[in-house]
Design a binder for this molecule. Sequence first.
Ligand code: PMV
Length: 346
Amino acid sequence: ASLARGTFTWSAPSNIALVKYWGKKPGQIPANPSVSFTLNHCKTITSLAFEKKTSGGHSFDLLFEGQPKEDFKPKIQKFFARIDAYLPFLKDYHFTIDTRNTFPHSSGIASSASGMAALAMNLMQLERALNPEMTDDYFYRKASFLARLGSGSACRSIRGEVVVWGNHADTDGSSDLFGVPFPGTLHENFRNYQDTILLVDKGEKQVSSTVGHELMHGHPYATQRFAQAHENLTHMSRVLESGNLDEFIKIAESEALTLHAMMMTSMPYFILMKPNTLEIINRIWKFRRETNIPVCFTLDAGANVHVLYPENDIAAVLQFIRNELVGYCQNGQYICDTIGFGAEKL
Ligand code: PMV
């Protein structure tokens, strides 16, 4: 088949890791397996317009919220170069990529996972239009494979509700090359699980994740950390099936602090938490002690805090957030999200 021109639009969500990916091998291969909740409201929406051309290399225009965005182009150029071998049609088209996020930009929420996932879905839609016989399984797997080459954690933003990425002895079908939906049955305690993202610091990231992963090479605790991630993934998988929220909290919070501990003990070293991050963590611990509500935190490679809790506790936790935590957020900003189902064709 051949297509002269057309446009596709896909949305893809952000995701939040429960067992963290930190450290990689050449070819965007994770040093350890990870698992994440797919989010629902924090999304990138990307339209891909394509028009057949006759010669030349990769060719695209990039728009962000309808306006040309030159500073994003090198990242996409690099992405195209990496995926060229897997998408033979890539040089046959001129693309116009028009992208926007549902969350405020420069909120400190990384858009690379949702952005690369949305672009990968559109490119797979074009491949499917050219090869209509492809199965759904191949379609989603390869989309995740391509997204991984854009940004590692992006491979966990294709499907929902829980995604495992990285070879793991206890996870059937797991792969270093793409994310797979968690093969177990998610316990009803996690149904519509809540993630309220407290925007503590919206500034530019101190350390890019590329540099961060790099710092795990020769890191004094790397070997132990990678082994621990395998164990934590085994435990977390059991918890996701059993619904044991006390154990969930222990693993999720320990993983967040371990991620930051790796950054504090690398050379050079970094502290990515802010004083308000610690205030929030201490308040969450106090609230949990006093109420027994199973609310916990996790962190990305930055100062923002993800507050995780069951659907049943929305009213109490939101009241707590409004009364006690909003004051620690930059301009009082926070985003209410929930566990979601992955990329969608619009
Ligand atoms: O996808 P990257 O290369 O930006 O790495 C992201 C790593 C963390 O967000 C810190 C952890 C994770 O597993 O998502």
